[in-house]
Write a protein that binds this ligand. Structure first.
Ligand SMILES: NC(=O)c1ccc[n+]([C@@H]2O[C@H](COP(=O)([O-])OP(=O)(O)OC[C@H]3O[C@@H](n4cnc5c(N)ncnc54)[C@H](O)[C@@H]3O)[C@@H](O)[C@H]2O)c1
Length: 372
């Protein structure tokens, strides 16, 4: 078996530089052989600093010329995911496609069917489930800490849309949806990972901050929501509230907060992650009185630094090789890995339901959309 996996990357953003290239540099099984991006200068600068041999400005050319590629990592705005993933899978490559998988359910379903038909390895990286806090919560809930789940509340407060400049993330023609797809996709995934499938939901969305009326090419575009709330009922009977906002005043560290609350017949769990230093879980089982800290077990930390959330994040995704490293090893071993394209498709269905619900002001049963 070949020991390394030959990878191509599409995109040259801050996220490629902050997440993917350091994680791949720390992964002995990974060999990044080519990078494609529209901005050649930026792509060359990244390639030089990370030792990537070849740079392209066209994905089709990269796929045609790089005969040894085994996988493509697609880290570009949402509207490009479908076509790049389709081209890569047509060549039999494994694909890691950033969330949200595409801009709508129909195109996501076509990609998932193609992946299935061709038997390619896929990943849609819902980053937050890899963090020690999430993995400990998952374990506590699976081990019955809450007993029968009654209630869940996941809140994601961020501040990156408080200024009104043009951002592709709030351009419906490129992003599909606004904060729902950008942050809601993460928390819908976590919600189902913790509590199982959502059966029905009701969403409300708003655009609070007026945005530039024209895109960078001077054309008008459809602006989309910067704030949303999803109420849902899980198949297990529990109720949930998922709140995502990109317009909160959060002015420290990573400028975001993740606040989780879980209630069940036998207990309560709280998570607070401020993305600076705080990454805490507290809980109480019935009869124990007030909430008390539940330290994350050492085998979950596995030596990751705990002084700042960002250092934990770096160690989890780089030194420990979660997510990106997991994907590379799955491609090498030709075995499936989660979260995969089917998990991405599931979230696209939930997003479609939330968008429909917000637009029509009504409750949407997932079975309605699954049947269509
Ligand atoms: N998993 C996570 O936590 C996480 C975090 C950040 C971003 N993302 C996802 O990554 C993707 C990219 O987001 P970002 O923050 O890097 O965006 P960004 O706006 O910072 O960068 C987008 C990159 O794509 C390039 N690009 C734009 N249009 C293109 C096209 N038509 N073809 C090829 N390249 C093109 C740009 O030049 C730029 O390099 C999005 O799908 C986003 O949701 C996920």
């Amino acid at each position: 078996m070949k020991k390394t996996v030959s990878l191509g990357i599409v995109g040259s953003s801050w996220w490629v530089d902050a997440m993917y290239l350091p994680a791949l540099a720390a992964c002995p099984e990974a060999e990044v052989t080519a990078l494609s991006a529209r901005n050649e200068g930026r792509a060359r600068a990244l390639a030089d600093s990370w030792g990537i041999p070849r740079v392209y400005t066209d994905v089709a050319a990269m796929l045609a010329e790089e005969k040894d590629l085994q996988a493509l990592l697609i880290i570009t705005p949402n509207h490009t995911h479908y076509e790049y993933a389709r081209m890569a899978m047509e060549r039999g490559l494994a694909v890691l496609v950033e969330k949200p998988l595409t801009v709508d359910y129909d195109s996501a379903r076509r990609l998932a069917e193609m992946a299935e038909a061709r038997g390619v390895i896929t990943m849609v990286p819902f980053t937050y489930r890899f963090m020690p806090t999430s993995r400990y919560l998952k374990r506590l809930i699976a081990d019955g800490y809450l007993g029968r789940p009654y209630h869940l509340n996941l809140r994601y407060y961020a501040n990156y849309a408080r200024e009104g400049q043009y951002l592709w993330r709030f351009d419906g023609s490129l992003a599909g949806s606004g904060v729902l797809g950008d942050l809601g996709s993460h928390f819908l995934h976590l919600a189902e990972w913790f509590y199982g499938p959502i059966a029905e939901l009701q969403a409300m969305a708003a655009q609070h901050v007026p945005r530039a009326s024209h895109n960078e090419a001077g054309k008008p575009y459809p602006p989309v929501e910067d704030d949303a709330i999803i109420n849902c009922r899980f198949a297990n009977g529990a109720l949930g509230v998922i709140q995502v906002s990109a317009v909160c005043y959060e002015d420290a560290g990573m400028k975001m907060q993740h606040l989780f609350e879980f209630h069940g017949a036998d207990g309560t769990l709280y998570q607070e992650v401020d993305w600076v230093e705080q990454q805490e879980i507290r809980g109480a089982r019935v009869g124990e009185g007030g909430l008390k800290p539940l330290p994350i077990p050492e085998e979950i930390w596995a030596g990751a630094r705990q002084d700042t959330v960002h250092n934990s994040y770096r160690d989890v995704f780089r030194a420990q090789g979660h997510m990106v490293g997991d994907f590379v090893r799955a491609v090498r071993d030709q075995r499936r890995i989660r979260p995969d394209i089917h998990d991405g498709l599931r979230i696209q269905l939930l997003l479609e339901a939330a968008i429909l619900s917000a637009r029509e002001g009504r409750l949407v049963r997932l079975s309605e959309l699954e049947a269509s």
